[in-house]
Write a protein that binds this ligand. Structure first.
Ligand SMILES: *Cc1c(COP(=O)(O)O)cnc(C)c1O
Length: 451
């Protein structure tokens, strides 16, 4: 067979141009032929491509690393699994087995937790939009509700009257911790005094009881100090609520936001160099707690870490379906997976590995996804050797926010498998077919076509 003609190109070799550490992970050719000892070829043969692969061993290891960073420093720590980060039932079940409560931010996620068997009393109900029906259910089932705004407080006060009982709530707060941009759209502002004013109103009405304080200052927070600031401000408010209004603040929930090893597109440094380990975050938080809490006080510390726990456990195997040379000379590949499966590709740069060693010179390469949409670009310039059609690429870490934010736009969503700790591989979500896409549609009889 003749190989297709390709216009020859001259590529300037940037062999001396590295970063200030004299190396860059982009320059090292990365090969990955297995995930948890299961060959990539075998995974694709059995389950197709593209394919999401989760490692149970990595998920449990990361969960324990993050958890232990806190439990070894503070005596009263609980984790809440952030459903929106990854709400595949199998992933949530593993986190619950590791001891996490369910942290949900919508009625849909609340339903998911209950369907998994999580009791209401193990659910933290966050989010700016909670339907009345779901609030009532959450109250009756004993979930811990974090109120976001005054309208929700009114809803809950009306519910308290209807049910003839007081309802315990936590206050979601937003505050200045030095992180830009400040997430001010969720919860009540602490710094302006709004939160305390609202607490006074709640106190006057005597229908709700404030028993906790919550904040989630952002995601992929690269400054551990910000959490120390958050702790100081929450503890201070907690004592003000106790001293002036008589509320017993049983817990402080600091949300999530700890970074994963994913790399922001804007980051010059690789994640391992740009980021502090989780222990530094845990140290800042526990240090701030010990510095500000009154002697003998150990309110429960709740953490809702999402991406830091699950991101590294997820891989996406994709296949090159076409090779192209762009008019500007750049090499480009079309893959069977793109922004439809990796919404996060808009902000993060993934590690891209090849299934096997390939000879040839690395060139900056554009990786396109399968969509007939200009935005479907997974990488603008990853250094790759010449790759043949059919080559498998492994993208990671993709465990966080991918299998929740993925979309059924143009393409079916693929299977998701889990490799267990004994090297067994199980499907935890089947590949979709046309019935999944059209199950809810109704075609009016008059529009039935007669070909
Ligand atoms: C999204 C979210 C989390 C998890 O955030 P990560 O950045 O993934 O750790 C935790 N708490 C709340 C309220 C959230 O909305």
């Amino acid at each position: 067979m003749r190989t297709p003609y390709e216009r020859p190109v001259i590529q300037k070799l940037h062999s001396g141009l590295m970063n200030k550490f004299a190396s860059s992970p982009n320059f090292a050719r990365k090969v990955r032929d297995t995930i948890d000892a299961i060959p990539i070829a075998e995974l694709v043969e059995r389950f197709g491509s593209p394919l999401f692969v989760f490692s149970e061993a990595t998920l449990r290891r990361r969960f324990r690393e993050v958890r232990d960073a806190f439990t070894t420093r503070y005596p009263n720590v609980v984790f809440g699994w952030s459903y929106k980060t990854n709400y595949l039932a199998a992933i949530c079940a593993i986190c619950h087995q590791e001891g996490a409560l369910a942290e949900v931010v919508s009625e849909m996620e609340y339903d998911m937790a209950r369907r998994l068997g999580v009791p209401g009393s193990n659910i933290i109900y966050n989010g700016p939009h909670k339907s009345l029906a779901s609030l009532e259910r959450a109250v009756l089932e004993g979930a811990q509700i974090h109120v976001d705004h005054l309208d929700e407080i009114s809803d809950l006060e009306a519910l308290a009257v209807k049910l003839g009982r007081e309802i315990r709530v936590g206050l979601r707060l937003n505050l200045d911790t030095g992180i830009q941009p400040q997430w001010s759209r969720f919860g009540l502002n602490l710094d302006t005094g709004q939160a305390f004013d609202v607490a006074k109103r709640i106190h006057r009405e005597k229908k709700l009881i404030i028993n906790g304080l919550h904040c989630h200052i952002g995601t992929y927070i690269m400054k551990p100090d910000a959490y120390g600031v958050a702790v100081e401000k929450l503890v201070k408010l907690g004592y003000k609520l106790r001293d002036e209004l008589g509320y017993d603040i049983e817990y402080l929930d600091l949300g999530g936001g700890f970074p994963s090893t994913s790399r922001l597109k804007s980051s010059y440094l690789p994640a391992e160099m740009a980021l502090e380990p989780i222990d530094v975050y845990a140290e800042k938080i526990s240090e701030a707690l010990f510095n500000t809490l009154r002697p003998g006080d150990f309110p429960r510390l709740i953490l809702e870490s999402g991406r830091a726990i699950v991101d590294e456990a997820g891989y996406l195997i994709a296949t090159i379906s076409a090779t192209k040379r762009l008019p500007d000379g750049r090499r480009a590949y079309v893959m069977d997976a793109g922004i439809n499966l990796l919404y996060t590709t808009a902000w993060y740069k993934f590690t891209i590995e090849i299934e096997k060693e390939v000879r040839g010179i690395n060139e900056p390469t554009v990786l396109y996804g399968p969509l007939c949409m200009n935005i479907d670009v997974v990488d603008e310039g990853v250094l790759l050797p010449p790759l043949a059609r059919g080559t498998r690429l492994i993208l990671s870490p993709v465990g966080a926010y991918s299998v929740t934010q993925w979309m059924q736009f143009i393409e079916y969503r693929p299977a998701v498998v889990l490799i267990d700790e004994n090297k067994g591989v199980e499907v935890i979500r089947e590949a979709e077919d046309i019935s999944d896409i059209q199950r809810r549609e109704r075609l009016p009889t008059r529009l039935k076509l007669n070909y």
